[in-house]
Ligand binder design. Sequence first.
Ligand code: NAI
Length: 514
Amino acid sequence: VTVFIPRDAAALALGAERVAAAVARAARERGLDIRIVRTGSRGMLWLEPMVEVATDAGRIAYGPVRPDDVGPLFEAGFLAGGAHALRIGPPEAHPYLARQQRLTFARCGVIDPVSVAEYRAQGGYRGLAAALRLGPAATVEAVKASGLRGRGGAGFPTGVKWATVMGAQAPRKYVVCNADEGDSGTFADRMLMEGDPLTLVEGMTIAALAVGAARGYIYCRSEYPHAFAALNEAIAAAEGAGLLGPDVMGSGQAFHLEARLGAGAYICGEETSLLESLEGRRGIVRAKPPIPALKGLFGQPTLVNNVLSFAAIPWILEHGGSAYAAYGMGRSLGTLPIQLAGNVRHGGLIETAFGLTLRAVIEEFGGGTLSGRPVRAAQVGGPLGAYFPEALFDTPMDYEAFAARKGLLGHGGVVVFDDTVDLARQARFAFEFCAAESCGKCTPCRIGAVRGVETLDKVLAGESPRENLALLTDLCEVMTDGSLCAMGGLTPVPVMSALTHFPDDFSGRGAAMP
Ligand code: NAI
C-alpha cells in the first residue's frame, strides 16, 4: 500500500513530519508493508497535514491528521480507505478542488516532486518534446497565442518578452526565474517549487531553447529552505535523466540550470535588483530602460519570468496556445493560481480561469472569516495591492477589472480581514513596509515612505487633518509618478484605497495608534 504525505512547508509546519513518522511506526508495529511517498500539498491548507492512501478505488484522503490520529486511522482500516471522522474521500472530488481548473498545478500534491519517472508518467516533458519539434520561432508563437501574461504581477505579455530576447543579438543570453516571492499572503511559487519543481525546470528549459540561452538561474528567497532543497534535488534528477546539461533530451543543445539563494530582501524580487544580487552585488534597482530582455544579467539579454509564468509553459506547449487561451476573460487568459489567506476559514491555493469574482473566492472557496465575524476588506495583490470593501467584491479576477477600480491582481494573493480591522493602521503599515524595504536609490520611495508615516500619524492625532490629508494625497502622487520601480510606485495603492473606501477609519483617533 502506498501512503502519500506532504513535504510541503505548510504541511510540515502543521506536523506532517511527525505524522509521517507515526504512520511508519504504526505500520511496522502491525507488520504491514507500506510505502510512504512524500508529495507536495494539494493546497487545501486547513486540511493539512492531509494524508492520502492509494486504494483500489483510487486515492482516498484523510485530514487534518495529527500524530495521535494515526493509531485510530489504522484501526479504522484507512489503508483500504475505511470510514473515519477524518475521511475526506477522493481528493479530486472535494468541492474546493473539483471547482478548480488545475493546469499549472495538475501534478502538485499528486507525485513525488523529485521523481523524473513519476513526472513523466503524469505527462511531464511532453511540452519540451513539442517545443523541440516546433523549434524556437513556433515555440514563441505558441506562447504568444496562449495570451499568457507575467504571473509575477505586472501582467506583461510573456510571448512578447520571449520574442524580444529571442531577437536580441549577443554572445550569451540567460534565462532567470524570479522565485523571490516576497508578497505577504502569497505562496503559490513556493508550493509549486516544493510540490512539482520539474514543471518549473521544464518550463525554463523550453524558454532557454526558444530564446537561445545556454544557462539559467532560479533566484529563490532564503525564507524558502524547503523549496530550495526541492529545486536542487529536481535539477540533479533532471540532469541525471539527460533533461538538463550539455545535451537536453538528445537535442544537441545545452542548458545548465542552477538555483541561487537570496538573502531576505523584498526589493530583490524587483527584476533589476534581483539581477544585481545574482551578480553578487547589493540589491539596488537599476533604471529601466534598458530592459533586462535586452541588457540584463552581466549585461546580456536576459529572460526574467516569475515561477508561475515558466510553470504555465509546459501545459501550453503540450496542448497548444489556443487551448490555454480558451480559459479566462478579456485580455486575462488562462488560469490564475489564487492564494487565499488571512482571516479566512478555508485558505489555500485556488487555480482557476480568470473571471471568478472576488466574492466567490472569499465566500464560496474561503467560507467567510475564520473568526466568524463579517468580512470588511480584502487586500488583493500583495502588500502593495488595494484594500477592497465588500461593495467591490463582485469585481472579477481580471487584470483590467482590478486596474479599473484602482487595484491590482498582482501575483494573485488575497488577504481577508474581518470587521475588527483598522484600515488607517493598514495604510500606515504600507508606508512602514516601504520605509523598511526601500533600496534607497530614489528619493520619492526612500524619503516619501518615512514622511508618509509621519503625516499619517499627524492625521490620526487630529493635527490639522484636512491639510495633512491633502499633503498625504500629494505625497502619494509624487511617489506614484516619481519612483524608480514598483516598490515606491505602488505603495500609495494600499494607502489611497484605504482612504477612499474606509474614510471613517481616518477620523483622528490618535490614542488608537502606536
Ligand atoms: P513592469 O510593468 O515594469 O515590467 C513587467 C515586465 O515586463 C518586466 O520584466 C519588464 O522588463 C518587461 N517589459 C516591459 N516592457 C517590455 C518590452 N517592451 N519588451 C520586453 N519586456 C518588457 O513591472 P515590474 O516592475 O517588473 O513588476 C511590478 C509588479 O510586480 C507589480 O504589479 C506587482 O504586482 C508585482 N510584485 C510581485 C511581487 C511578488 O512577490 N510576486 C512582489 C512585489 C511586486
